[in-house]
Write a protein that binds this ligand. Structure first.
Ligand SMILES: *Cc1c(COP(=O)(O)O)cnc(C)c1O
Length: 213
């Protein structure tokens, strides 16, 4: 672990949640954060999440943050706490079916594509947010509790801020419509832009590189 970077991140959180992104790290590297008390970790590939979950302690809350293929839903569901990258009704319906089968309720976040300049990114269009939430909230084994978004790939801090403020605006609108008790999580901010995301109201940052390098 990089203690100086970890302390920087911790002191910036002000109540927001740290999600440690463990992709491509060794189990030993991941455990160094577990030993500091971190319990929320994320992987972006199904196989990696499954292997890691079986190798590491049971009290870790595993987050899935990558593009989820429909044929991987069954294998990750028993070990995942939250799927942060829900981006279609079809995927939601498959998760519902598999979750019902194993009698589990799983947290999910809807992933939005806010940075219009980054083209080949997945995610929902903000215009379809209410319609999407209305549909997914009908599914009994999904607990749709917020949104995930990525900042744009640019050094232009003002542009990054504009995108995160769009995310915050969407989050506020969803809280207004569905209630603050149901809509709790605004997952925005990574190594390069977590401070900006936090200043725009992010409630969860997903950080990998900065914590390990
Ligand atoms: C890799 C990844 C992160 C973490 O990125 P870093 O730049 O390593 O902090 C956050 N969110 C998602 C969706 C990722 O794939």
């Amino acid at each position: 672990m990089i203690r100086e970077h970890y302390e920087q991140v911790k002191s910036s959180l002000h109540g927001a949640v740290l999600c440690v992104v463990t992709k491509r790290r060794t189990d030993e590297e991941v455990m160094s954060y577990y030993e500091e008390g971190e319990r929320i970790f994320a992987e972006n590939r199904a196989q990696d999440l499954i292997r890691r979950a079986s190798a590491l302690p049971d009290d870790i809350s595993w987050q899935f943050i990558g593009h989820l293929q429909k044929n991987k839903v069954r294998s990750i569901l028993p070990v995942v706490s939250c799927i942060q990258s829900l981006d279609s009704i079809a995927l939601a319906e498959i998760i519902e079916k598999e979750a019902a089968r194993i009698n589990k309720t799983v947290d999910v976040l809807a992933e939005f594509h806010l940075a219009s300049e980054d083209e080949n990114k997945t995610g929902l269009n903000p215009d379809e947010a209410f319609a999407f939430f209305d549909e997914v909230m009908k599914l009994e084994h999904l607990n749709l509790c917020g949104i995930m978004a990525m900042g744009p790939h640019t050094d232009d801090e003002q542009r990054v801020r504009d995108v995160f403020l769009q995310g915050k605006k969407l989050f506020d609108a969803l809280q207004e419509r569905y209630g603050k008790d149901r809509i709790t999580t605004l997952s925005m901010g990574m190594s390069s832009d977590y401070k900006t995301a936090l200043s725009c109201g992010s409630t969860m940052v997903r950080i990998g590189t900065y914590l390990f390098e």
